[in-house]
Design a protein around this ligand. Structure first.
Ligand code: SAM
Length: 239
């Protein structure tokens, strides 16, 4: 298992929460800058895929600073709940919805996706942006998604994947191992966060491997949409 801090005695979950608390104030800036703004297009595409489902209650797991939850407002749902284990990230997210006066529709809470407080079959859709790679127990978290979704509900999971073709594969490796950690360290002041990022992407199952995990936890059908030469993938998993 790839952990944020190699010398820490804490479990992965606590380390992940600590890391995101530490980088929270710089997270949005780094995200958009290091991805050249493409991360915004990926979230938009994911939300468009959910449109025909017309979901009324949406759970944004690992919501971080809340950008996916805010994008989901385009679906005009009754309720969006954003949940994250990092209090620092939730603080930034809460500030955004207060500024935008969206607190009637969106609420944020600190919570662990591996043990959710929600009733079974209580959600129409789940969104997760770049969250599942950070789970301590992946299958446990995905099983929880399956439990809280209603029959026919969808888990729309956006996650980094690995480009497979020359020369994007080589260029992406160079960028993520040599360029991204330098800028990430300089701006976030966290020594490990942006080294952990490519390491965790490399260790994480993508494509067919991730699809079979989703099917093993009970999802009926899973479609994948590879984005930007396979740098990211949307998994559209139907219960
Ligand atoms: C890379 S950020 C993604 C934030 C946001 N979804 C986005 O699209 O930018 C990953 C987030 O996952 C959260 N996270 C990791 N494990 C979690 C868990 N077990 N339950 C809830 N949130 C978790 C982290 O705290 C962090 O805020």
């Amino acid at each position: 298992m790839v952990n944020p801090y190699n010398d820490s005695k804490l479990g992965k979950k606590q380390q992940v929460a600590e890391m995101f608390n530490s980088i929270a104030p710089k997270y949005d800036f780094l995200n958009h800058w290091l991805s050249f703004g493409i991360d915004k297009l990926w979230r938009k595409k994911a939300i468009k895929l959910l449109k025909p489902l017309n979901p009324s209650v949406i759970l944004d797991v690992a919501t971080g600073t809340g950008d996916f939850a805010l994008e989901a407002m385009k679906l005009s749902p009754e309720k969006i709940i954003g949940m994250d284990i990092s209090e620092g990230m939730m603080k930034i997210a809460s500030g955004k919805i207060a500024d935008l006066h969206l607190d009637k529709t969106i609420s944020f809470e600190v919570g662990d996706s591996e043990e959710m407080r929600f009733d079974s079959e209580s959600m129409d859709a789940i969104t997760v942006g770049f969250g599942v790679r950070n789970f301590e127990h992946l299958e446990k978290g995905l099983s929880e998604f399956h439990r809280v979704l209603r029959k026919g509900g969808v888990a729309c999971i956006l996650e980094f994947s690995k480009p497979k073709k020359f020369p994007i594969k080589q260029l992406y490796r160079f960028y993520s191992y040599y360029v991204l950690p330098i800028w990430g360290r300089l701006i976030s002041k966290d020594q490990r966060a942006y080294t952990y990022l490519p390491e965790s992407v490399s260790a994480f199952p993508d494509g067919d491997e991730f699809i079979s995990i989703l099917k093993n936890v009970g999802f009926d059908s899973v479609k994948e949409y590879r984005l930007t030469f396979g740098i990211a993938t949307i998994y559209f998993a139907v219960k």
